[in-house]
Structures are given as structure tokens and as C-alpha cells.
Ligand binder design. Sequence first.
Ligand code: AMP
Length: 190
Amino acid sequence: MKNIVLFGPPGAGKGTQATFLKDMYNLVHISTGDVFRFNIKNATELGLLAKEYMDQGDLVPDEVTINMLKAEVEKNADANGFIFDGFPRTQSQAEALDAFLADKGEQINGMIALEVPEDILVTRLLERGKTSGRTDDTDESKIRNRFNEYNTKTSILKNYFADQDKYYGINGVGSIKEITERIAEVFDAL
Ligand code: AMP
């Protein structure tokens, strides 16, 4: 199996790139943000809970998120591997993912991080907000809060994966195609 964490701050292009990569490498793409939004749309219990946090740009609590992620992996028992997009976002999530995969005799092969300066990210998110219908993309204070969550809880995961020699930083500025090519070079070597 090939299991990749696609990493980066909000607006880095993780979702966009995952859409291409999953087809190129025949992997299952799991975006925790997409799963939460699906649950919100369908007014499930999980959706109602997640909405309170997402509307503010706060992270959803670890336990809820980890259980949901595990369920998504279990639904795809025949997968060739996974692209994890938006997960893990905290140290506990990273540890839970490692333990969960180890139980299956699997592991994360690499974390591919899209590196983009913050001013470009804000512009991209506000632009996306015009069409995405996402309230967390339209309000600059919510966007700032999402960066704050990223900087205080998520960005440390760079060290977590670097310590395992699994961190691969990619320049996330350029055309979508250029960035896919940069990621593919790393993917092919993993
Ligand atoms: P995203 O679509 O990845 O930008 O995620 C949108 C929102 O969903 C985030 O701002 C969080 O509120 C929530 N979310 C997504 N993934 C996670 C996660 N791994 N841990 C906690 N909250 C998450």
C-alpha cells in the first residue's frame, strides 16, 4: 500500500491536487473536511457537532475526528492506499493514525507538504469563497482563525514526520499542473 499525507495550510491546494493524484496512482482520497461537510449537508449527529467548530474555523475535537477517519479507512478495505487530506492536524491525530495503520501492518510512506506564503493563501481562500459556498472561506476573521489553528496545532507535524524521515516539502506556488508534476516526482520515489 502507498499511504500519503497531503499536508499544508488552508488554501494550499491539497484538495485540488488530491483529485488528480488519486486517479494517477489509484488511491482512495479521504478529506476529513469533505466528510464533515457531507455530514453537515445530511444533518447527521456528527455533522451537527462538527458544524459548531467549523463555522468558527476551529478544529473539531480529536476523538470525533479520529473515529471518523478510522471508519472511512475501514469502508475501503480493498484500497491500494490512501491520500489523507486534512488529516492529521494535531499530534494526537498523527499518533492515532500511526498506531491504527501499524495494527494493519501498514504505515505512512510520506508527508507531502504544499508550501505557500500566507498572503497568497488568504487571496486564494477569499476567491474560493465566492463559489465554494463555504462560510469559513468568506469571512477574513474565520480564515485568520484557521491559520491560527494551523500555526499552533498543525504545523508542528512537520517535525513529527521529519523525525521519521518522511517529510517532503513542495513549492505550492505555480500552475495546478506544475504543482501536480512536482508532487508526482516525490510520489514516484516513495
Ligand atoms: P478543510 O476542508 O480541510 O479546510 O477543513 C475544514 C474544517 O473542517 C476545518 O477548519 C476544521 O474545522 C474541520 N476539520 C477538517 N479536518 C479536521 C481534522 N483533521 N481535525 C479537526 N478538524 C478538522
